[in-house]
Design a protein around this ligand. Structure first.
Ligand SMILES: NC(=O)c1ccc[n+]([C@@H]2O[C@H](COP(=O)([O-])OP(=O)(O)OC[C@H]3O[C@@H](n4cnc5c(N)ncnc54)[C@H](OP(=O)(O)O)[C@@H]3O)[C@@H](O)[C@H]2O)c1
Length: 251
């Protein structure tokens, strides 16, 4: 099958591209780096020629709700419009567990993305996943207080981006399936513990503190809103295994 991966150079997109090619699919990578800008539409029509399915794993880095809504709104509308014109038969979007129950700025864009996909002109699948194992590194060091590293107190169930990618390839092969079972990781942990382990593996011995964030978002982080619930599927790669694999790759 000819598949386009929007965001195919990102954390999960790289694995989707690799695994889809290993499975024998022909893959077009859509990113600004490959000459396709999903916010302006430059290069999109050409890139979708002959494409049967699009996996959308594009993203932007923002905590601002309006910026997030603009990015996911613009990119999703452009993709769906171009797919409808190209005769693409399946749009598969990756979303996040708990986005409609936690008032996080980035999640506002993901909620809009889901609305557009599920009411749009192209038969669709939406998979929600929990945070990737990589998230433990992304939160580490973004807030410091003297020698302390502060990490939100957050119940988490991180999953390997590669396990998410493997599920996305299965789903693209299955065809449009609507909202499918959420995908979580193999185990729950506090984010501060994961972040500390991530830092130790890199020789960073600064003290990591889990800090409760105030308000509804802080509560959602602590009360399990962001971990998968009953009926979810689970990736098999543990955080420890993922960390070891990262160390091997760095050596
Ligand atoms: N990270 C997590 O923990 C997590 C958990 C669950 C679900 N998700 C979802 O998974 C998806 C992928 O996340 P990620 O962390 O893998 O993203 P990422 O590493 O930040 O990668 C983003 C991708 O989007 C592309 N992109 C950004 N702006 C673009 C534009 N204007 N036009 C075309 N391509 C553009 C980037 O390539 P260029 O820069 O070359 O354009 C890159 O390939 C997102 O929808 C996210 O919400 C993430």
């Amino acid at each position: 099958m000819r598949i386009a991966v929007a965001g195919g150079t990102g954390a999960v997109g790289t694995h989707v591209v690799e695994l889809a090619r290993e499975a024998g699919h022909e893959v077009a990578v859509l990113s600004r780096g490959t000459g396709v800008d999903l916010t302006t539409g430059v290069g999109l029509t050409e890139a979708l020629a002959g494409v049967e399915a699009v996996v959308d794993v594009a993203s932007t880095f923002t905590l601002d709700a309006q910026e997030s809504r603009t990015f996911f709104g613009d990119t999703t509308r452009r993709l769906l419009q171009a797919e409808a014109a190209a005769g693409t038969k399946h749009h598969l979007a990756l979303s996040i567990v708990g986005i409609d129950r936690a008032p996080h700025g980035y999640y506002a864009g993901k909620v809009l993305q889901e609305e557009l996909v599920t009411t749009g002109p192209v038969p669709w699948t939406v998979l929600r996943a929990t945070q990737f194992h990589e998230f433990a590194g992304q939160v580490h060091g973004s807030t410091t207080l003297g020698p302390l590293v502060l990490v939100p107190r957050m119940r988490s169930e991180t999953v390997a981006a590669r396990d998410v990618a493997a599920r996305l390839v299965e789903l693209v092969e299955a065809g449009p399936s609507g909202r499918v079972a959420d995908l979580g990781g193999p185990e729950e942990a506090w984010m501060a513990d994961l972040s500390r382990a991530w830092a130790r593996a890199r020789g960073d011995r600064r003290r990591v503190l889990g800090v409760p964030l105030p308000g509804r978002l802080g509560r959602a982080m602590r009360d399990g809103t962001l971990v998968s619930g009953p009926g979810a599927d689970h990736g098999s790669t543990t955080f420890e295994e993922w960390l070891r694999d990262q160390a091997v790759q760095r050596a």
